[in-house]
Write a protein that binds this ligand. Structure first.
Ligand code: NDP
Ligand code: 2IT
Length: 449
């Protein structure tokens, strides 16, 4: 499969051991496709067992999370923390609460996070956690009890110098605050740097809420300018999802002159040719925690269509998938290509299937992988940790300016690595190679650990 015998051997072993972990295997294959172009230049990787070590998380914790609902019924969910790689800093990465969560999804996210965090330029290793708990339809008290039970086990595995969780799907400001409250109560220390995405009154950073979506648009802006001498101005944009990442990607995109014509949730999508009315969307999603179909009930120019995968049929210039893994398959990619789209920038983690990536890249669209273009969220989490250590808070403008600088450096690192590998503009290749080289160097320097 690969030119490199070494990569073939390591992949065969991962496949043998983790045969049932399809998302993890998918993420590994994608990175190995890129490393195949550079591995020959690094014989020390094989002699130090570097890639064998890289595909094995340093530690995986799985635990029971019992909690009692409002009716007094006991439930048991499964909790996870994958401490993937600490070569360049403490494990760092979000927690996902979604019924689909399993070990494969946690490991793929931890693996991707390691390379993403390397690209941020900040000293953070990679980790991910979560639970198959579904916060949808639960009362605030139920969510609080769940978060407290989750942290009652997780607290012993984390710490500002060990592992720093944050949010992800199903984990926003409310959940982070409940988890932090329980952590503080158990350890009896106000250790702000133990978790990020905190509220502004207890150590959170301005602009962290916006950071992933804004960062995605800053990255996209850089890529459009550099590769096509173009911008968001006058472009029709699809932003899938309608959670944290999607909301602020849509907001920044509209500020930069784009028109977001469609957004979705897991049930369906809304189309509004006038551009999504964001104050309305924020009210529906943030205040009321309602379905996106409500948008079409309340906005006369909008139309609701059942089935979230059909969103890619809407004609657009730029697609920003911001919902979940494998949300765009071959069919979706073909719709974009047929409709003349020029770029796909991933806001979610691994939203395109391998077949979709291949089609998009071969048709000459700009394509950026999530580990590069959605890194603004974790980068700003890194800035939150810095502020916590310094015991001060930067202004929104200060954080936003640093975020813009970081997204530009990430773009440059990806682009430069793509040139170095002889494929200028292949941002997936660039992201994988640039992200991996730094982790590899740190791992080699630290010996066989
Ligand atoms: P949210 O929980 O805020 O929103 C998730 C959105 O995606 C919702 O609209 C949800 O719809 C939709 N969704 C979830 N699962 C599916 C699915 N299987 N198919 C279709 N739609 C789905 O999460 P975030 O916005 O935080 O995260 C979105 C993506 O961005 C994830 O891939 C996450 O890993 C990634 N990410 C998040 C960062 C962050 O800082 N939050 C940083 C970097 C990446 P519904 O409400 O119907 O479930
Ligand atoms: O996928 C991601 O980068 C996140 N969910 C954010 C992680 C973080 O630690 O802020």
């Amino acid at each position: 499969m690969y030119k490199s015998e070494y990569l073939n051997r390591v992949y065969a072993e991962v496949e043998r051991r983790d045969a049932h972990e399809k998302e993890f295997l998918q993420a590994v294959r994608e990175v190995f496709d890129s490393l195949d172009l550079v591995v020959d230049k690094h014989p020390e990787w094989e002699s130090h067992g570097l890639i064998e070590r890289f595909v094995e998380p340093e530690r995986v914790v799985q635990f029971r999370v019992p909690w009692v609902d409002d009716a007094g019924v006991t439930h048991v969910n499964r909790g996870f923390r994958v401490q993937y790689n600490s070569a360049i800093g403490p494990y760092k990465g979000g927690c996902r609460f979604h019924p689909s969560v399993n070990l494969s999804i946690m490991k793929f996210l931890g693996f991707e996070q390691t390379l993403k965090n390397s690209l941020t330029t900040l000293p953070m290793g990679g980790g991910k956690g979560g639970s198959d708990f579904d916060p949808k339809g639960k009362s605030d008290n139920e969510v609080m009890r769940f978060c407290q039970s989750f942290m009652t086990e997780l607290y012993r595995h984390i710490g500002q110098f060990t592992d720093v969780p944050a949010g992800d799907i199903g984990v926003g400001a409310r959940e982070v605050a409940y988890m932090y409250g329980q952590y503080k109560r158990i350890v009896n220390r106000f250790e702000g740097g133990v978790i990020t995405g905190k509220g502004l009154t207890f150590g959170g950073s301005l602009a962290r809420t916006q950071a992933t979506g804004y960062g995605l648009c800053y990255f996209a802006q850089e890529a459009l300018k550099n590769l096509k001498n173009d911008s968001f101005e006058g472009k029709k944009v699809i932003v899938s999802g309608s959670g944290n990442v999607a909301q602020y990607a849509a907001e920044k995109c509209q500020q930069l002159g784009g028109t977001v014509v469609a957004m979705s949730d897991s049930q369906g999508y809304v189309y509004d040719e006038n551009g999504i009315d964001l104050p309305k969307l924020f009210d529906i999603k943030q205040k009321r925690r309602a379905r996106i179909s409500v948008y079409a009930d309340e906005v006369p120019t909008a139309k609701y269509v059942e089935g979230c995968k059909n969103i890619w049929k809407v004609k657009c210039d730029i697609a920003m998938p911001c919902a979940s893994q494998n949300e765009m398959d071959e069919k979706g990619a073909l719709c974009l290509i047929k409709n003349g789209a020029i770029a796909v920038f991933e806001g979610a983690n691994m939203p395109l299937t391998p077949e979709a990536i291949e089609l998009v890249e071969h048709s000459g669209l700009i394509y950026s992988p999530g580990k590069a273009s959605n890194a603004g969220g974790v980068a700003t989490s890194g800035l939150e940790m810095t502020q916590n250590s310094m015991r001060l808070s930067w202004t929104f403008e200060e954080v936003d300016e640093k975020l813009q600088g970081i997204m530009k450096s990430i773009y440059k690192a990806c682009y430069d690595a793509s040139v170095e590998c002889g494929h200028p503009g292949d941002l997936m290749l660039g992201a994988n190679v640039a992200g991996f080289l730094k982790v590899a160097e740190a791992m080699l320097a630290q010996g066989i650990v």
